[in-house]
Design a protein around this ligand. Sequence first.
Ligand code: AMP
Ligand code: GLY
Length: 330
Amino acid sequence: MNVLILGSGGREHAFAYSISKSSLLSQLFVAPGNAGTAQIATNVALGVTDFPAIKEFVLENNVQMVVVGPEAPLVEGIYDYFQEDAALKDVNVIGPSKQAAMLEGSKEFAKEFMERNEVPTAAYKSFTATSLKEGMGFIDSLKPPFVLKADGLAGGKGVLIISDAQEAKESLEEMLVGGKFGAASNKVVIEEFLDGIEMSVFVLTDGDSYKILPTAKDYKRIGEGDTGLNTGGMGAVSPVPFADDVLMQKIEQKVVIPTVEGFKKENLVYKGFVFIGLMIVDQEPLVIEYNVRMGDPETESVLPRISSDLLSHLNAFATTSLDQENLVID
Ligand code: AMP
Ligand code: GLY
């Protein structure tokens, strides 16, 4: 099988490394790739959201599977683009539909999905420029610190945690009317602060069954000793040492099952990875975000722990079903 991976990060290098070991693989391409992927696959100079160019490449090179690394092509609807094109619809695109990708593309959409499907999460309200005053009133009704989230994609930088109420109100105004995060903050979700410890759970689903992949925890701050500004993630570890069987059972029952069942109930077409960001408060998991892809750098610590054939698991989406696959975790 010929496989194309979209993206250029450490995540895509980790995908390429795992997939390159599969006996099912013929040719492996990464677009645009990086210096690491060049050593184990063929890099192709294509933009990850240039769908017509991706189409041409896929058809010319008989690509049967596209593994989508970053969120942008998913939120822009690459899954639907392939489904709606007669020449492309049999290509196995690993990723959710455009509608389901809203779980990452809009914080409000994600919160409403969680509420409808009884997935535990922080209490919240969302506001726009016209409801700025109500937003300020809502800040007054909460205990500090205040958590302000730009609704749209902001490259992992759209969340502000502020202790002072006056400062939080000023930031809310900057986001809603001052264009602080551009269009991403035309709407702002304000939510209850959760005081706990973070971890991430990764789920692979073919829309029907699911497999829970190894847990991970990334470390975001730029400086030595976990200091300084947040980045998208400087490094990650797997397994998460405190994620014991009791906690994992709770996560599966209270978070993973209602999430996958929610996709089905709401007809959200989802064939890919779900990255669930959790805050563990008093041993209970609460969801702080969904990402509709794997994490970067988390993938670098998660995929090497899968000792079964990742490409076979992904191929099952198109051939049989995921529950026929035997996922082995080291
Ligand atoms: P997000 O982009 O939603 O993952 O938020 C970025 C970071 O903000 C998270 O990784 C958490 O560290 C923090 N965060 C988000 N929501 C909350 C919350 N309700 N309470 C406490 N911290 C939060
Ligand atoms: N490392 C965090 C992310 O991929 O969103």
